[in-house]
Design a protein around this ligand. Structure first.
Ligand code: FAD
Length: 527
């Protein structure tokens, strides 16, 4: 063990490692990248995190750089939880600290997973209605702020967070709070990093008023810090929104207070299969008007790909060769919703099929749903790589997007099957690549650039459903205006003037660096 790791072990209660097996274990996530950290810390408390940050900050003041990346469970698809300096894993900070049943408030450490939290809450009939992955941590969910599958109805993680505790780049700790203008000015006079943030942020907001209004009305993406539009609300300021989608670049979230909602246990499902998109969209629009919890659209080729891996889905899709599958789940007025869905059965063209949940088909629907989820969420596939996942597309452009996509399929000579959430307007493509291919890097770049062009041509945003990390940053950074870049880098500088926190993610992402870190030691290209 080297000197630094030994010193950090003396400093903190939790363990710090620099051994090859440990750094290897934290060098990958669900993205196509592999970046080996020098050190991995498993803090046991917020105090440990403060000490680690203070150490890195003081070293930086002396000109020695140890960049810091905070990591939840490592579920990121864009490489935003990887780093080549110190990785701080939140896995030990996973406690539910207290809960107030009457107010439905719960205070947790940021490393608790969505499943752990929702299992505990369910004992009191409560839940945080976010359709994320079981292993997503609350801190990771906030910092990546994905448009989850329930977001169309329940709005996403942002709606359920009341306050947070955050360790800043210099090791100072802050609690977010809504301050009126006078209290903000008072805070701004404090001689601390927090004071300096409260002093300068209102000035940045005032100076960029027009740009911020433009972002509020026109922006559908989450690259940079677009949540700046929510910081000032009726002459009061709250730093809380800025941390949504910040990808560990502004501070380390250590504790969170969330407001839960009652669980709705009774649900009803409907599945439709359609040979043409127009009919599928009529069905989608009807289902959407009934406010489903989930409303998913799949190109049939996604189902076929799952079947090729052995998943048994044919009970639902029968012998369908081309077309679309729609899956809807309702959690209010279930019977009425199914009745309404059934009312269009007679008007469906030949070749369409409608399955409404009943005791007879519940098992087949369970198998269909669970198999598909596990196929799509498999931790890693060396073939279907996440490059263009979670992008926003407006419903009225979906048909045109599909036409563009078929042109793209021909020109790139690859199958591009679309799937995603119609109710949340959030979609994915999982192109089939061979990551070990020497040309993978070049192919991936071409794919990302053309894909992003087509998405934006149809009024969409490539970072609509999750931020840019390292991978999407290749295309989103160059699409940002100079004014936006300046605003976002002013915000980053205010929080982290030495650029210690996840420096090569978001604005700091560098295409050359990203491409050099494609995993499997292949497909690397130098730019
Ligand atoms: C392209 C893409 C598609 C996705 N699709 C979906 C989806 O369909 N459904 C869904 O629910 N989620 C989706 N996600 C979200 C993804 O699963 C997130 O990574 C997850 O929400 C958080 O996982 P994690 O806790 O393992 O955090 P990690 O993956 O470890 O980290 C995610 C980001 O959060 C930062 N971070 C982690 N913990 C903290 C903390 N305590 N304080 C500050 N920053 C922190 C990390 O530095 C990193 O930037 C997607 C993400 C991406 C990038």
């Amino acid at each position: 063990m080297g000197k630094i790791a030994r010193y950090l072990n003396q400093l903190t209660i939790g363990n710090v490692f620099d051994t090859p097996d440990v750094v290897e274990a934290y060098s990958t996530d669900r993205s196509v990248l592999k970046i080996k950290p020098k050190f991995v810390a498993l803090p046991e408390s917020t105090e440990d995190i403060r000490k680690l940050m203070r150490f890195c900050y003081q070293l930086m003041a002396k000109g020695i750089r140890i960049p810091v990346t905070v990591r939840g469970s490592g579920m990121d698809e864009m490489g935003a939880d990887l780093g080549n300096g110190l990785v701080i894993s939140m896995e030990k900070l996973n406690r539910l600290m207290e809960s107030d049943k009457r107010e439905r408030l719960v205070r947790v450490q940021a490393g608790i997973t969505l499943k752990e939290l929702n299992t505990a809450l369910s004992l009191n009939g409560m839940t945080i209605p976010v359709g994320g992955h079981d292993n997503d941590t609350i801190g990771g969910l906030i910092a990546s702020c994905p448009t989850d599958d329930f977001a169309g109805k329940y709005g996403g993680i942002m709606r359920y967070v009341e306050r947070m505790e955050v360790v800043l780049a210099n090791g100072d700790i802050i609690q977010t709070e809504r301050f009126r203008k006078s209290s903000t000015s008072k805070k701004g006079r404090e001689k601390s990093l927090e004071g300096s943030i409260y002093n300068k942020l209102p000035q940045i907001i005032e100076k960029n008023k027009e740009l911020i209004n433009k972002i509020r009305t026109e922006n559908h993406g989450s690259c940079g810090y677009p949540a700046i539009v929510l910081v000032k609300n009726k002459n009061a300021y709250d730093l809380l929104p800025l941390f949504f989608g910040s990808e560990g670049t502004l501070g380390i979230i250590t504790e969170v207070i969330l407001r839960a909602v009652p669980i709705v246990r009774q649900t009803a499902r409907a599945v439709g299969t359609f040979e043409d998109f127009k009919t599928a969209q009529k069905f989608l629009d009807l289902a959407n008007s009934l406010k489903p919890r989930e409303l998913e659209l799949y190109d049939i080729r996604i189902i076929q790909a799952a079947q090729e891996t052995g998943k048994r889905l044919s009970e639902i899709t029968k012998s369908m060769k081309t077309g679309f599958v729609v899956f809807a789940r309702f959690d209010h007025k279930c019977k009425r919703s199914l009745r309404k869905m059934g009312s269009i059965r007679k008007s469906l063209p030949k070749g369409s099929r409608l399955i409404l949940e009943s005791s007879k088909n519940a098992i087949a629907l369970n198998e269909f749903e669970n198999s598909l989820i596990s196929f799509l969420n498999q931790a890693r596939s060396s073939e279907r790589v996440p490059l263009m996942t979670d992008f926003y597309l407006p419903a009225d452009h979906l048909e045109n997007f599909l036409s563009d996509l078929s042109i793209l399929e021909k020109s790139l000579k690859m199958e591009l099957a679309l799937f995603g959430s119609y109710s949340a307007a959030n979609y994915n493509l999982r192109p089939k690549f061979n990551v070990s291919d020497r040309d993978f890097g070049k192919q991936a770049l071409t794919f990302l650039r053309t894909g992003a062009f087509v998405v934006s041509r149809q009024g969409g945003a490539i970072t609509g459903g999750s931020p840019e990390g390292r991978v999407k940053a290749i295309v989103s950074n160059s699409a940002m205006t100079d004014e936006e870049k300046k605003l976002y880098s002013d915000i980053k500088n205010l929080f982290d003037r030495y650029n210690i926190l996840n420096p090569d993610v978001k604005l700091g992402a560098d295409t050359g660096f990203t491409m050099r870190h494609i995993r499997d030691n292949a497909g690397k290209i130098s730019l």
